[in-house]
Design a protein around this ligand. Structure first.
Ligand SMILES: CCCCCCCC/C=C\CCCCCCCC(=O)SCCNC(=O)CCNC(=O)[C@H](O)C(C)(C)COP(=O)(O)OP(=O)(O)OC[C@H]1O[C@@H](n2cnc3c(N)ncnc32)[C@H](O)[C@@H]1OP(=O)(O)O
Length: 187
């Protein structure tokens, strides 16, 4: 069973941005302190991304023991976090602008064991004004229960393009600030 997600009739599929790197090119973290992709966030997922076909990206992470929900399996909120990050990175690659998550819906299709290496394929399906419609699926590609033909989870999300003023509101509470080329990046 899967939840329903209807794309709007006025959806516009964006062109690839100029200078878009080729399929397989590594994508840097968008910020070193990000819980999803940062390399300076010790409890985070440290997801790693590469450019996919068209408006898609691929992301990976290994399910560490600290991400346990029920005994032996990933916590559902961690899987949603990984989908959030993957779909946000797809927006970043396709549009090269800052976005935040407005809505995210996930179908949990199979239990995912600790130690599994998950691969996510996430893409931008289209844009309406500031709204960016995205989708993603996850597979276990290594470790326990690995089977790249089985989709273990799917996600649909609506991201919203925001300006710098959105993040300016958070600077007083921030743990570090993205300020250099290393700290924050587009593809
Ligand atoms: C994360 C840090 C990144 C830092 C650096 C970024 C650079 C890198 C760039 C990219 C990489 C991305 C990788 C990140 C991955 C993780 C992302 C997250 O987890 S983000 C955290 C969770 N999300 C929030 O905290 C949003 C909280 N919500 C808000 O701030 C506002 O509600 C916001 C901005 C989403 C919309 O507010 P308004 O006032 O600007 O705009 P209005 O007019 O309300 O909405 C615009 C359109 O969107 C629709 N909309 C808004 N929310 C919706 C919803 N929940 N469902 C359906 N439609 C929604 C509205 O109906 C409207 O549509 P109509 O154009 O009129 O048709």
């Amino acid at each position: 069973m899967s939840s329903t997600w209807i794309l709007p009739d006025d959806l516009v599929v964006p062109e690839l941005p100029a200078g878009h790197p080729g399929v397989g090119a590594p994508m840097p973290e968008h910020w070193s302190k990000c819980f999803g992709c940062g390399d300076d966030q010790p409890t985070g997922l440290a997801m790693q991304f590469t450019v996919g076909e068209g408006l898609a990206v691929h992301g990976r992470f290994e399910v560490a023991k600290r991400y346990q929900g029920g005994p032996g399996f990933i916590h559902g909120g961690i899987l949603m976090t990984a989908f959030d990050e993957a779909q946000g990175m797809a927006c970043n690659a396709a549009l090269r602008t800052a976005v935040v998550t407005g809505h995210l819906g996930t179908d949990f299709k199979r239990p995912i064991p600790l130690g599994a290496v998950l691969e996510f394929t996430a893409r931008v399906d289209g844009v309406v004004r500031r709204k960016v419609y995205t989708s993603s699926e996850a597979r276990i590609v290594d470790g326990p229960l690995a089977d790249p033909d089985v989709v273990v989870g799917t996600s649909h999300g609506l991201f919203v393009v925001v300006g710098h003023e959105h993040f300016a509101k958070g600077t007083a509470f921030a743990d570090g600030l993205p300020g250099s080329g290393r700290d924050i990046s587009a593809v």
